[in-house]
Design a binder for this molecule. Sequence first.
Ligand SMILES: *Cc1c(COP(=O)(O)O)cnc(C)c1O
Length: 397
Amino acid sequence: MSQPAPLAYLRAQLDEIRAAGSFQRLRELEGPCQPISRYDGREVINLASNNYLGLANHPKLKEAAIAATREFGVGSGAVRTISGTMAMHTELERRIAAFKNVEACVVFQSGFTANAGTVSAVLGKDDHIISDELNHASIIDGCRLSRAKIHVFRHADAADAEAKLAALDGVPGRKLLITDGVFSMDGDIGPLPALVELAGRYGAIMMVDDAHASGVLGRNGRGTVDHFGLHGRVDIQVGTLSKSIGVLGGYVCGSRDLIDYLHHRARPFLFSTSHPPAVTAACLAAFDLLEQEPERIAALWENTRYFQAALNRLGFHTGRTETPITPILVGDARTAHAFSAALFENGLLATGIGFPTVPEGKARIRTIVTATHTRAHLDRALEILARTGRSMDLLRP
Ligand SMILES: *Cc1c(COP(=O)(O)O)cnc(C)c1O
């Protein structure tokens, strides 16, 4: 007897995605990631990357990657704990630890694996996680993998986090209080000072994911802990090497004991191969630039202020952003994707984002200006946004 194809149900689910107007074909980048990039045969102003400081195509990073490849090859040959730890891996970790003003650091293959691997290693099924409702997917997956009980607090609401902690007072098990430093879809900054105070008061481990804050906030881009002057009061800091650093990877910073423990228990660290030399060497070059050229971060913020002020004057809704991540809220997912498609036709790349990445009814296009966009690029982007937004009736009167 013939059976139906076992994956046939995927087609039905895809049809639902199509019916919701959310089906996405992957655009192809035909050249480097830079302010004007070529996608699908068209030159567009690129407001869709996380390449905040323009390092993804920086000559010094490229030279470092090429030199490291010539000398050390293209692969490390093994996971870190078997034989895949190169001197440059350790050097990068020392470098990041010093930059972040902590005892130690461990680099993971990505920010995603850093979060998921760390949360699931540090906590177990008898423990409790108090987590912001808008925390990144990699935190959510780490929480699930840990099998700890998850208590979600309202976004950026320290009073609600306190209510959750108070309800757990006296309940056995460790507690982890966890937040994004900067929220990736709205661009707002988490209430870290209030959360740190709560963690101290209730004896919880404090963890912050600074993927979008590293290279953006704090002195030379040291992140939210530095931005708020909370050195020594956050137990676990996660960052990424894939956004402002321009390359690939994630890292965890904290005490020597935390890092030694992760060496023995974080599963992506133990069971997945370490970075190729090109990646690690390019990251080292990026930290040189962060320390030597803080003017890149100043340019990023200058562009951010200029762009956001102009968007608001035009009548766009940019929500609660406080950072270079600038959403333009439009309502439903279909409109967001249609707006994004029309912008692309007019020469601008900005991704449409709908449910389930953001809540239903909060669909948006998300824009990120970089340090390397010129004033002319931004003015042209604003002109395209105004013209397209007006034609689709998306501007506040
Ligand atoms: C992008 C992102 C990550 C994942 O980082 P990658 O290095 O791209 O895997 C983790 N957390 C947050 C908040 C992010 O925005």
